[in-house]
Each structure stands twice: as structure tokens, then as C-alpha cells.
Design a protein around this ligand. Structure first.
Ligand SMILES: Nc1ncnc2c1ncn2[C@@H]1O[C@H](COP(=O)(O)OP(=O)(O)OP(=O)(O)O)[C@@H](O)[C@H]1O
Ligand SMILES: [Mg+2]
Length: 242
């Protein structure tokens, strides 16, 4: 391995008052990978990615992006450096149109012509968003809102895209489309960290995986090793997922 990892999280802890949500977790993402972060409800996955982008503060540890310490950087700075998060729960701006949501995703981009070109690119990628561009985001279906959340995250031209449960609550066909998109984006040079409950599907597209249990990383390895081992899958992710 040469040079610093794209994202390097060392010994991170996140607390909410008395609750210790992340306890000394370490994780790295190398350029060009899809890394999946798995674990049961409440394991601390969202807390980890939210801390990485500066939405929640790190109580301890270090977060570096391309070798630069961003542990205490505000979310806006993190986005400007090249890392974005599509947060859990398809957070779109409900009372803004599809197009306005995308424009907000590009708020830090100076080149307005390029922003318009990007919007057209994502309307080609997600034709339904193009057809709905003047519609308020709250009137989109769940799957359409997820597409919008992903497209909005892409509008800032991240080098690292983090997706928190992109498949949650979506029909299998839409889920397949979102996983296919992740592979296409990775093949086009984007690096992706994806938090998922849908372990088998996430492992199917990932290069490497991390599993969290009660705030700690308990497994780190190649996705293929994990998916190929019923013992590991059972031990860390419960039966019935493979
Ligand atoms: N804002 C908050 N205030 C207090 N406790 C919180 C807050 N956010 C999360 N927690 C707690 O921190 C722990 C980790 O939550 P987190 O959302 O990071 O888990 P998760 O792995 O993303 O779970 P899920 O798969 O259900 O989304 C949980 O016990 C949760 O109740
Ligand atoms: Mg979560």
C-alpha cells in the first residue's frame, strides 16, 4: 500500500451524554474500494459515519481524509475536502423541488455551468428524477427519494461517497438498481463506504467489509471471505442472512 488511505478512522469514540455509541472503532477505506459496514440495529454504524463527516462530534480518536486530520472539521469543510454522506432515512428537503435539492447538493460548487451539466447527468442516470424535477421532494416515492438523496450527495463531486442504509424500505428491484449503481460508480473511479442491514447484497458488491457490534469493530476482512463462510456469517450477522 502506498500513501495514506482515503479515509482512516483510528480509535474513534462517539458519545451521546451517558450513552457510548462508538467505542474505539478503527476503519480504513482505500481509493477505489467499496467497503461495507455491517452490524445489528444500534451497533453504532450511523454514529461512525456521522462522526466521519462532522455531523456528530468525535469524543475521542482521529479521523483523517487523504492524510489530513479532519477530526474536528465542520461538515461543510469535510464536503469541500471531497467526502459526502447520504444520511440514513433518505433525508431530502421535503418542501423543495427535485431540482432545488440537487442545487443545494452543489452549494459549494462555483462553476454553475458545470452544476447544470451535472444535474442533466443525474437526470439521465435517474430518468424518473428528470421527469419529476419540478415536483416537491416530499411527493416522491420512497425509492425516488433515495435516488434523489444519492444524486444530491454526488452533486458535490465527492471522492468518497458514504451511504447510510440506501436500501432501507425499498422494493427488491429498486434495491438491485441502487447496488448496481454503486458498482458503476466504483468502476468510474468513486470510492464508496456503505452502511447496510442487507448484508448479503452489500457483501456481493463490496471489496472489503467491517462488522460492528455494540460500538466496536469486531470483524474486518475481504467481503468474499465473509460471504464464503457460513460460520463467520452466523457468528457476526446471525443466521439466515447468507
Ligand atoms: N442522538 C442520539 N442520542 C442518544 N442516543 C443515540 C443518538 N443517536 C444514536 N444513539 C444511540 O447510539 C447507539 C448507536 O446508534 P446508531 O444509530 O449509531 O446505530 P446503527 O448501527 O446505525 O443502528 P441502525 O442499524 O438501527 O441504524 C444506539 O444505542 C442509539 O440508541
Ligand atoms: Mg443507522
Amino acid at each position: 500500500m502506498t500513501g495514506p488511505a482515503l479515509l482512516e478512522i483510528e480509535n474513534l469514540s462517539v458519545r451521546y451524554g451517558a450513552i457510548s455509541a462508538v467505542r474505539g472503532a478503527s476503519l480504513r477505506v482505500e481509493k477505489g474500494e467499496i467497503v461495507s459496514l455491517l452490524g445489528a440495529n444500534g451497533a453504532g454504524k450511523s454514529s461512525l459515519v456521522n462522526a466521519a463527516v462532522g455531523i456528530v462530534p468525535a469524543a475521542g480518536g482521529r479521523i483523517c481524509f487523504e492524510g489530513r486530520d479532519i477530526t474536528r472539521a465542520p461538515a461543510e469543510t469535510v464536503v469541500a475536502r471531497g467526502m459526502t454522506l447520504s444520511p440514513e432515512g433518505r433525508r431530502v428537503f421535503a418542501d423543495l423541488t427535485v431540482r432545488e435539492n440537487l442545487l443545494l447538493g452543489a452549494a459549494l460548487m462555483r462553476d454553475r455551468a458545470r452544476v447544470q451539466a451535472d444535474i442533466e447527468t443525474y437526470f439521465e442516470m435517474f430518468p424518473i428524477l428528470g421527469a419529476r424535477q419540478q415536483q416537491l421532494a416530499k411527493t416522491l416515492s420512497g425509492g425516488e427519494q433515495q435516488m434523489l438523496a444519492i444524486a444530491r450527495a454526488l452533486m458535490s463531486h465527492p471522492r468518497l461517497l458514504m451511504l447510510d442504509e440506501p436500501s432501507l424500505g425499498l422494493a427488491p428491484r429498486i434495491v438491485d438498481g441502487i447496488f448496481d449503481l454503486m458498482v458503476r460508480l466504483r468502476d468510474a473511479g468513486l470510492t464508496i463506504l456503505v452502511v447496510e442491514q442487507n448484508a448479503s447484497e452489500a457483501l456481493g458488491i463490496a471489496d472489503r467489509a467491517y462488522i460492528m457490534t455494540t460500538g466496536a469493530v469486531v470483524y474486518e476482512g475481504r467481503a468474499a471471505d465473509l460471504i464464503g463462510s457460513t460460520d463467520l456469517m452466523d457468528a457476526y450477522l446471525g443466521s439466515g442472512v447468507s
